[in-house]
Design a protein around this ligand. Sequence first.
Ligand SMILES: *Cc1c(COP(=O)(O)O)cnc(C)c1O
Length: 394
Amino acid sequence: MNDTKTAWIHDEIAQLQAQGLFTHIRTLDSPQGAWLVVDGRRVLNFSSNNYLGLANHPRLIEAAKQAMDRYGVGPAAVRTIAGTMSLHVELERRLAAFKGVEAAITFQSGFTANLATIPALVGRGDVIFSDRLNHASIIDGCRLSRAQIVAYEHCDPDDLRRQIAATSEYGRRLIVTDGVFSMDGDIAPLPELYEIAAEHDILLMVDDAHGEGVLGRGGRGIVDHFDLHGKVDIEVGTLSKAFGVVGGVVAGKQVIVDWLRQRGRPFLFSSAMTVPDVAACLAAVDVLEESTELVDRLWQNAEYFKAGMQSLGFDTGRTQTPIVPVMLGEAPLAQQFSKRLFEEGVFAMAIGYPTVPQGQARIRVMNSATHSRDDLDLALDIFAKVGRELGVIA
Ligand SMILES: *Cc1c(COP(=O)(O)O)cnc(C)c1O
């Protein structure tokens, strides 16, 4: 139906399709895990953020079931009215202890954690220094705040210094960065950013979505990884990636958490995390605190896969984490590569412009503790076959 009000949308979609940029959404018909049923095919999974296998872990499932029997399903209110259950309070206490901070507050997602936090800390007349490659939810949080946004070059403390020196009109100031950058797998230079923030007395915020449950001792995150306890003002995390459930968390100083309970808009105006989500997250904390086994296996798998790809001759970019980009260049090649992998039984996404810069299209491989050594060997064989077929490796 081409009515005039929506004609432009038809045009936009047609254009995306013509450029090969229209996202085809694949449908899963299995639980998360090393193997998935995707669009009716059984494939080896390298696309999920299920780093530790917790998304389908028996202990999380059992905890969710038991909590539902006791407390029901929905929160039926926002946190500040009638939506705070003892389960939420318990999860926040446990997350704060796990991360070694004064306090923590949970949100419905990592995305809403950023939308809550940034506008609560800065506003009109203030300035935010933001890494050029920060996640969309940070960018949106910055925009919502109405503060001036100054982008500094990716992971470049020297450029951050220059930008700070060049900014003279401001009220409050905030430096914000992703912890792990999700398209390249590189890690923010947090110790240097901390030095700069401390020197200039600027609030420092890190969004550790891909580091939570991955970096640091037993997955305690980027602050633990760099041993910066007590030095980073705001640590945002997600419960939707390594934690295997859904939700967001802000960990840090008590006073900041207290303030977010008063002024974090998604906390005040959007309903609380659901009962099964909270209970499953509590079980995830139990699993992480009891043993480093899953985190250790994740890193062993990632190192094995990365070394295998490099010895085949693939360019794995600047990754320092279990996210392994396979750099291919142009978007159509990446699309073709991903399609051929899928036909051979490997599910790994092609990422192109505008998610990554033009000419830097890639396959993004998400490693996981769920993969066996046989799974990884099979994946390496298939990458080698497709890579030779498409002339990427010799
Ligand atoms: C994935 C991600 C988010 C969003 O987290 P959700 O819990 O899925 O909303 C936020 N920030 C960064 C850096 C991310 O990678």
